[in-house]
Design a protein around this ligand. Structure first.
Ligand SMILES: NC(=O)c1ccc[n+]([C@@H]2O[C@H](COP(=O)([O-])OP(=O)(O)OC[C@H]3O[C@@H](n4cnc5c(N)ncnc54)[C@H](OP(=O)(O)O)[C@@H]3O)[C@@H](O)[C@H]2O)c1
Length: 286
């Protein structure tokens, strides 16, 4: 166990834990990287350097899934440019979204995303917040069949949309569901995550720290001593290990613009995870 921990220091990093995408069996590391707001920066070296460090470190430690969206301002362009500069082309699992209405507007937007992210075949295309979902899923299925995208999916970020998420999940066929889930936003565990599991749909977890707000509420407070029972050494790991211990979850995608925070987040995939009893205790503490 000891050999698995302490990856945020120097030396070789342990292999990240992986889980299979149910529709293909391909395994992906269970901690990915979100880009909302963190990668929406200008071209000044001072703004880019921390992100270059984050993405290079992410890849060096075996990270693969990077999630963006045309909704995130300059993020797709910045991911594409930083990845090219760091020589990461082809090493990342690039996920982005379509966020517009209409078939042709969707196609144009997805082609723009490919160009900005520097790839001719995205790993995952998701319908952002279910906007015009039927139209885009039809295009995405055609793209997948033609080999233009590897996986397709849908996303949402709020419990008020779960009835609609559930309806689409029951009716349509796709590879990935991306949804919010954390100690601060637990509603997905009632119906959405069990349904995704039943349907064999991979789950990406967004807002693992409640957008950062939930984490800020506890930062500075002492971690419970029993967090050591599941090799947890920070509040960020407390949040992530709680999420990752759920068997319905394939990969959590915390966002950070700081290398030290990235190491902290990636360390959550190492060591032991809390069992059900400990998970309930974590809820009580939070
Ligand atoms: N509808 C959708 O499809 C949808 C909606 C929401 C989110 N998403 C995706 O999910 C990703 C994650 O969600 P999110 O960005 O809303 O929020 P989040 O990942 O829950 O929280 C991000 C915040 O946590 C902080 N943080 C990260 N690691 C930390 C650590 N180890 N210690 C202390 N602070 C830490 C970051 O600040 P620092 O930069 O200072 O580390 C940042 O402010 C998004 O970036 C996006 O890719 C998708």
């Amino acid at each position: 166990m000891g050999a698995l921990l302490g990856a945020s220091g120097v030396g070789a990093s342990p292999e990240p834990r992986r889980r299979p995408i149910p529709s293909s069996g391909e395994k992906i590391p269970i901690v990915g990287l979100g880009t909302w707001s963190t990668f929406d920066v200008g071209s000044a070296a001072a703004e880019r350097r921390p992100l270059e460090e984050v993405l290079a470190r992410f890849s060096e430690r075996g990270g693969r899934v990077v999630d963006s969206s045309p909704m995130y301002g300059r993020s797709e362009a910045v991911v594409g440019e930083v990845a090219a500069k760091q020589g990461l082309a082809g090493k990342l699992f690039l996920a982005t979204k379509v966020w517009t209405r209409g078939r042709q507007a969707g196609v144009t937007q997805m082609e723009t995303s490919e160009r900005l992210l520097g790839t001719k075949r995205l790993d995952l295309l998701q319908v952002h917040n279910l906007l015009d979902v039927e139209t885009h899923l039809a295009t995405l299925r055609a793209w997948k069949e033609a080999g233009r995208v590897r996986y397709i999916g849908i996303t949402h970020y709020t419990a008020s949309a779960y009835p609609e998420v559930e309806r689409v999940l029951r009716r349509e066929k796709f590879d990935f569901l991306q949804v919010n889930y954390s100690l601060a936003e637990r509603e997905a565990e009632k119906r959405i995550l069990p349904l995704a599991r039943e349907k064999g749909v991979a789950v990406l977890v967004n807002r693992p720290f409640g957008g950062g707000e939930a984490l800020r509420r506890v930062l500075g407070k002492p971690l419970p001593a029993w967090a050591a029972e599941f090799d947890c050494r920070s509040w960020a790991q407390f949040f992530l290990k709680w999420i990752l211990a759920d068997p319905a979850v394939t990969c959590a995608i915390p966002a950070t613009g700081k290398r030290a925070h990235l190491d902290d987040d990636l360390d959550a995939a190492l060591g032991r995870f809390p069992d059900e009893k400990l998970r309930r205790r974590m809820v009580d503490v939070f």
